[in-house]
Write a protein that binds this ligand. Structure first.
Ligand code: ADP
Length: 541
């Protein structure tokens, strides 16, 4: 700063502190005095002083700046109408703080050419001005704002569900499509976690992926999963989630995309069910035709022997057994079909009575023990309770146990072992039928209880079956208020576990009806023959 300048603006020459601080400022600093016309009106400002930063900003040496007019030094300021503002600073004495933005390019395609933060404070008949070039900062801010707007637009208007999810599973931000898909308003959804809305069977796998992503073992995951709509129905979705981390790699949140595939699933299921039904009817025709053909050919043999007078009693017995056996198979199949249809139509009813469930299960097990042993399979029975009277339909219980036993025999080789057990546990009766046969793969646990399903027809072919048995067993157990589940290690064996609630009927009719039924031993044997007819089967030569 020259001595002249100091004198002109009245600074004390010895004010070293002011000098050094102004010179070392990063911001541009200048002092202007007003230039007035003969009437006292300000017509421009004369630059009295500019610091190094201001000279660098203008890319000139100080001597080229000092003494020049404002409109020559900083012409773009006129565009921002700062000239009038400076006049006001001097006339009114009020400081001015302003952001001055100027653009280039034509309308609609303007581009920011300069952005300056300007401050001015009155000093004598002039002002002190500081300014800072903020063009780059404003450009970055604008770009950021534009990209945020684009993201927000894409997020809000996306046709698939989109969300930002916290580590506790809470929805932090959700878009319109997701709200519509789930049936909740945005506010309702933001109060919920994805865990609360996930179909229970799909939660474990989802949480597993979630944890793996948080631990950094995977960056993102895709899965098919089910959500529960606000109205209670299931929505099938394809979900993709990826974890967003901060600059220090700390996890921030998940971004999630969810696509509703319920319609596709339903269409596929309908197709699959159609195919299943076609296969079932093809199988059913075979199941009906085989015993009928066997009966017919056996009858033809009997007729032949009779016509040639060589019909002996042992031949008659042998062929009667074969025909009877195949009649049982037909009856079982038809019974199962009728029952399945009745259950579907809601006409199937239990005939509940209070009876000793332990003896029902034990008797039916013992009654087939000899036959099972004759197949080279050991049959064991175990219980921790001698008597438990509860409401059940003994005929249906018999069918349940015989069905499970018939399957156990079908899928267990010679020298195998089958165990039936009945235990009382916390007001529940648990019945287990366990074998050490071929076992069932985990992925088939659910489908074996579905109508018309046989896991592996080639394995089932050495004995017969229609794929109705377990679905019927499941329906009968559920009609008793119970549940059935399967545990199995493929190749090592299977265990079917039935849990029944121990309830009794209020009426005083205990188990007399059941005893009566059991007393009719021929009926009883007939029922067993029918239920086990699949595995009694032998091909006549
Ligand atoms: P099916 O009358 O054809 O046996 P089910 O409904 O009783 O039909 O059984 C369905 C399928 O479940 C069977 O075809 C078989 O694949 C499987 N399964 C049932 N019980 C057992 C078992 N104890 N061991 C192995 N597989 C079994």
């Amino acid at each position: 700063m020259s001595n002249n300048t100091y004198n002109a603006i009245g600074f004390n020459e010895s004010d070293e502190m002011f000098k050094s601080s102004v010179e070392s400022m990063l911001d541009c600093f200048a002092i202007f005095t007003a230039l007035r016309d003969e009437y006292g009106k300000i017509i421009d400002f004369i630059l009295e002083y500019a610091n190094d930063a201001a000279c660098a900003y203008k890319r000139v040496v100080r001597e080229e700046m000092v003494g020049k007019r404002l409109l020559d030094v900083l012409p773009y300021q006129t565009e921002c109408s700062l000239f009038d503002e400076y006049c006001k600073v001097i006339e009114a004495g009020e400081p001015m703080i302003k952001q001055c933005l100027s653009y280039e390019g034509c309308s609609g395609y303007e581009r920011l050419s300069k952005a300056v933060d300007v401050r001015a404070v009155k000093m004598k008949d002039g002002f002190v001005m500081t300014w800072r070039d903020i063009t780059e900062r404003i450009r970055v801010e604008k770009a950021l704002q534009e990209s945020e707007e684009k993201f927000r637009g894409a997020f809000e208007n996306a046709s698939i569900g989109m969300a930002i999810t916290g580590f506790d599973g809470r929805w932090l931000k959700v878009n319109r499509s997701l709200c519509e898909m789930m049936g909740y308003s945005e506010n309702e959804l933001l109060q919920l976690t994805f865990q609360e809305m996930t179909y229970p069977d799909d939660l474990e796998l989802n949480l597993d992926y979630f944890q793996q992503a948080i631990k950094g073992e995977i960056g993102y995951y895709h899965m098919e999963k089910r959500f529960i709509h606000k109205q209670g129905h299931v929505i099938w979705t394809v979900l993709s989630a990826s974890l967003v981390r901060d600059s220090k790699s700390e996890p921030l949140y998940f971004t999630t995309q969810i696509q509703d595939i319920t319609r596709i699933k339903q269409a596929n299921e309908a197709l699959e069910f159609d195919k299943l039904k076609t296969d079932f009817f093809a199988n059913l025709s075979h199941e009906l035709r085989t015993p009928a053909s066997i009966i017919l050919s056996t009858l033809q043999l009997v007729e032949y022997y009779s016509n040639h007078n060589i019909l002996q009693s042992d031949i008659i017995n042998k062929y009667t057994d074969v025909m009877k056996q195949n009649c049982y198979r037909l009856v079982k199949l038809i019974n199962n079909l009728i029952d399945a249809t009745k259950i579907d139509a809601g006409f199937y009813e239990l005939s509940l009575q209070n009876c000793n469930i332990v003896s029902v299960v034990e008797n039916i097990t013992l009654s087939v023990a000899e036959y099972i042993n004759s197949k080279g399979i050991q049959l064991l029975f175990d219980t921790n309770v001698e008597e438990k009277v509860m409401a059940c339909d003994p005929d249906k219980m018999e069918r349940i146990i015989l069905n499970l036993l018939s399957n156990a025999v079908k899928f267990t080789k010679r020298d195998g072992k089958i165990k039936v057990s009945i235990h009382e546990e916390n007001e529940n009766i648990t019945i287990k039928v366990k074998d050490n046969g071929i076992g069932i793969k985990k992925e088939n646990f659910k489908i074996i209880f579905e109508r018309f399903r046989q896991v592996d027809k080639s394995l089932a072919r050495n004995s017969e079956g229609s794929g109705i048995g377990l679905s019927l067993v499941k329906s009968l157990v559920e009609m008793h208020g119970g549940t059935i589940q399967v545990k199995s290690k493929y190749g090592l064996g299977s265990e079917f576990i039935i849990k029944l609630p121990c309830k009794t009927l209020d009426i005083n009719n205990n188990n007399s009806a059941y005893e009566q039924n059991s007393n009719n031993i021929e009926d009883y044997i007939e029922r067993i023959n029918i239920e086990l007819s699949d595995i009694y089967f032998e091909n006549p030569k």
